[in-house]
Design a protein around this ligand. Structure first.
Ligand SMILES: C[S@@+](CC[C@H](N)C(=O)[O-])C[C@H]1O[C@@H](n2cnc3c(N)ncnc32)[C@H](O)[C@@H]1O
Length: 615
């Protein structure tokens, strides 16, 4: 137990140290979440070993074509994340995770056993488990990176406080999506919980993509504002009885022409003159007109009635302008110029960025703002959980994985958060929905995003041979890439490939004997190029090229090897060589003696650097 080791530590303190510790403990007020990290059974996955990737070619896909940035990493994600911290630190722009929800309902494995509802330390175990992994994940994000985390309603508050602790000051907000259509009849619920949350935390430079901006509608030039504009309706979906303040005749001060209000769709803005002292939240119509934000159509021949009788005749014959309210004082319109057209709201191009940010929920305002004309919004839409189930059925894998996320949800989240060449990481990948979303999104918008999926095997004492990562996550990606249900699939050029990596762990003290060349090659390929590829034969292994520099891994530096290296720059048209090797100084000197200047790096430093262990 962790509390035993804590007690042992305290045994070593003298009285004064103990007193100081007690005062510190009693006076320290912690704002935020508390969980019993010291009381719970240690997470067996925590370790300080060096994690090394081993490529499994047989379980990879289309790897012979070219190095790939798409990775499927098998193993506990604590190890997966430590590997990535060495290879992808600060390089991942978007992380999406859907961790086990801690329902107590056999939804997550901790130290090879499921954590049940009656487990005394259930919440603390779950929080500590996530805390350790989120702390590693934090280091992977680019400065403008974003992490999106799915969670159910029950655990949302706990997770949000944990996220605040790990990502201080980075909270963007949360989204809500509807996971089912019908109500849940389970007696455990006081109400039918049909929604889930996506918590969003991001670095300072992050912005949502907003709507894809087409400027087609912005074809009107405004000389005063020196800007292009398009128009939208100036009315709202309320009747005159629902919003009496917004129902009034509108006058264009420039032409003295009047516009009757549609009793079924009132104006968006109230009128200052009609409101008197009454306060409203939005700007009054008069101000909108003054700021040139209302477009009155040309009215070369407005209607004009010199008497009430004349007006009544026009109304009866259907020739009067629309929306003239016959129930009110008709005399108001006598002697006024009355419009046939409708004024519209002017939306200027330079204001579109702010207007096109996504809404935070699927709850659409009753007076749908898109109709309102003032704001243009982007809604992130999503299918329900059943969409994920049906998709796995279509892929022939319905029995293999319950409750995958709807593809449309992940795709739309990524569409709002990724740029075209981003790396997207999901370290609770499950059935691999995120990988499919990345491929589909690329196909739709021509992007070159790549995916990294980490998945556990879900091995337990009862199912020692289970391999969820290989048989569900990677298998799904294979089927998606091959094409299914009449869909064409993806070529390697379209991102239709991935490297399957298993993780080997080596004690740092034994690293020099236990790390073999294939480990070293893969780790260096990931570190230097963010890509995996089959390990080539030969003593000199080419990792890739940066500008005019060839990057190589070199084992034994015998006479043949030195000769090959000396001829390398000319053979491959390179100006420089960068070589990872066990004895960098020796190799550099030997090549210098042959008149070749190279940069040599310590292989061991490159392999052991950047991972940091768990304590
Ligand atoms: C809720 S599911 C994710 C489902 C996924 N979003 C989908 O659409 O298929 C959570 C996944 O996390 C995996 N998992 C749990 N603990 C893990 C760990 N320590 N390392 C890696 N994966 C883990 C579980 O095996 C499970 O497949």
């Amino acid at each position: 137990m962790a509390s035993d080791s804590l007690l042992a530590q305290l045994d070593g303190l003298n009285e004064q140290q103990l007193r100081r510790l007690l005062v510190e403990h009693l006076t320290k007020q912690k704002l935020g979440l508390y969980w019993e990290a010291n009381a719970i059974e240690r997470d067996a996955a925590l370790n300080a070993d060096i994690v090394l990737p081993r490529l499994v070619e047989d379980w990879s896909c289309n790897l012979d074509a070219a190095p790939t940035r798409n990775l499927v990493i098998e193993g506990d994600n604590f190890d997966g994340l430590r590997l990535l911290r060495a290879t992808h630190r600060g390089k991942i722009r978007v992380i999406y995770i859907d961790p086990p929800y801690n329902t107590g309902n056999k939804d997550w494995v901790y130290n090879d056993r499921y954590v049940g509802a009656n487990d005394r330390w259930r919440h603390s175990q779950w929080l500590e488990f996530l805390y350790r992994r989120l702390m590693l994940a934090r280091d992977l994000l680019t400065p403008d990176g974003v992490i999106l985390v799915s969670i159910n309603d029950e655990n949302r508050a706990r997770l949000e406080l944990l996220m605040d602790e790990v990502f201080p000051g980075m909270r963007v907000g949360s989204l809500v999506w509807k996971k089912r259509k019908s109500s849940n009849t389970s007696l455990d619920y006081h109400y039918s919980s049909d929604h889930e949350h996506v918590l969003i935390y991001a670095g300072p430079g992050f912005v949502f993509n907003g709507s894809s901006k087409t400027w087609d509608g912005y074809q009107n030039w405004d000389e005063d504002k020196q800007n292009w504009w398009s128009s939208g309706p100036l009315t709202l979906g309320f009747t005159k009885d629902q919003r009496p303040n917004l129902f009034y005749p509108l006058r264009n001060p420039a032409t003295d022409i009047w516009y009757p209000c549609d009793p079924k769709r009132v104006w968006v803005y109230a009128s200052k003159t009609r409101l008197g002292d009454k306060k409203v939240r939005t700007r009054p119509m008069e101000e909108m007109i003054e700021h040139n934000l209302v477009n009155f159509p040309d009215e070369p021949t407005p209607a004009f009635y010199a008497s009430e009788a004349e007006l009544r005749t026009a109304l009866e014959s259907g020739l009067a302008p629309p929306y003239l309210d016959t129930s009110s004082d008709l005399l108001f319109w006598v002697g006024k110029k009355i419009a046939f057209g409708r004024p519209r709201f002017k939306r200027f191009k330079d204001t579109l960025v702010n207007e096109s940010m996504p809404l935070s929920s699927w709850c659409v305002d009753l007076a749908d703002p898109k109709e309102g004309g003032e704001i243009s919004v982007v809604q992130i839409t999503s299918g329900r959980t059943s969409e994920g189930t049906m998709l796995l059925r279509e892929l022939g894998m319905a029995e293999d994985f319950p409750y995958s996320k709807p593809l449309s949800l992940i795709k739309n989240l990524l569409q709002q958060t990724t740029r075209s060449n981003d790396i997207v990481l999901d370290f609770f990948a499950g059935s691999g929905t995120t990988g499919q979303a990345v491929l589909e999104l690329n196909a739709e918008d021509g992007g070159g995003r790549s995916f990294i999926l980490c998945s556990s095997t879900e091995v337990t004492a009862k199912e020692p041979d289970k391999n969820l990562c290989r048989d569900v996550c990677a298998e799904r990606m294979r089927r998606v890439i091959a094409g299914y249900g009449g869909k064409p699939g993806y070529t390697p050029e379209q991102g239709g490939q991935f490297a399957y990596l298993q993780l080997d762990k080596v004690d740092a003290a034994d690293a020099h004997v236990e790390i073999d060349e294939s480990h070293a090659f893969q780790l260096l390929a990931l570190k230097r190029f963010g890509a995996a590829l089959p390990v080539p034969d030969g003593t000199i292994k080419r990792l890739g090229r940066v500008a005019d520099c060839e990057v190589l891994l070199c084992g034994k530096a015998d006479a043949t090897t030195l000769k090959t290296l000396a001829a390398w720059p000319e053979k491959y048209g390179a100006a420089r060589l960068a070589i990872y090797t066990t004895r960098p100084e020796t190799l550099r000197d030997k090549l210098a003696a042959r008149g070749i200047e190279v940069n040599c790096y310590s292989l061991m430093d490159a392999l052991t650097g950047g991972q940091g262990g768990a304590t």
